[in-house]
Design a protein around this ligand. Structure first.
Ligand SMILES: [Cu+2]
Length: 172
């Protein structure tokens, strides 16, 4: 499912790039009103180019580990997670450091968002919890502590109360 979404996104991005390039090639350069404006236009062009290059570098650098160990070969533990208004039903709330856990996520009622937070409250994995569908996300637990599963999709009155804990213990 994730690879299909990635292909669709890449395809749409390609269409955007082609469209913007076409517009760029078919637009006559901006005509500065006077000599004072010309350096400002040049500076703007350079700033835009620099921001584009910086954005590309930051994007590629931070997307490198994406999508969250989803392709990790071996799975050491499977935890089923079923969302419902307004609680998480986990088949297990334990894991060990070093394990790759595959979360098998679905919903009993409406759309929810499965988000796994590490002990420092940073999101380390997330996927949609949808009724009638099973989505899977894998995460390798690198450090021990109390992880939390929260809902990322506003799903009604007590959405904020959808919190479950997963205790990750050090390797034996
Ligand atoms: Cu929710």
């Amino acid at each position: 499912m994730q690879s299909i979404a990635l292909q669709i996104t890449a395809g749409l991005l390609l269409v955007l790039i082609v469209a913007f390039t076409w517009v760029l090639l078919n637009t006559k350069g901006a005509q500065p009103l006077d000599k004072v404006a010309a350096p400002a236009y040049r500076l703007r062009a350079w700033l835009l180019a620099a921001a584009s290059v910086a954005g590309l570098i930051v994007g590629v650098a931070t997307l490198a580990p994406w999508p969250h160990d989803a392709r990790a070969a071996e799975v050491n533990r499977i935890i089923e997670a079923k969302a419902r208004q307004w609680a998480w039903e986990l088949s297990s709330d334990k894991a060990s450091v070093g394990e790759v856990v595959e979360f098998v996520v679905t919903s009993a009622d409406v759309n929810h968002g499965f988000a796994l937070y590490d002990p420092q409250q940073r999101i380390v994995a997330q996927i949609q919890a949808m009724p009638g569908f099973v989505n899977k996300v894998r995460h390798r637990f690198d450090s021990p502590g109390k992880y939390e599963v929260l809902c990322l999709e506003f799903c009604g009155l007590a959405h904020h109360g959808m919190v479950a804990q997963i205790q990750v213990t050090p390797k034996n």
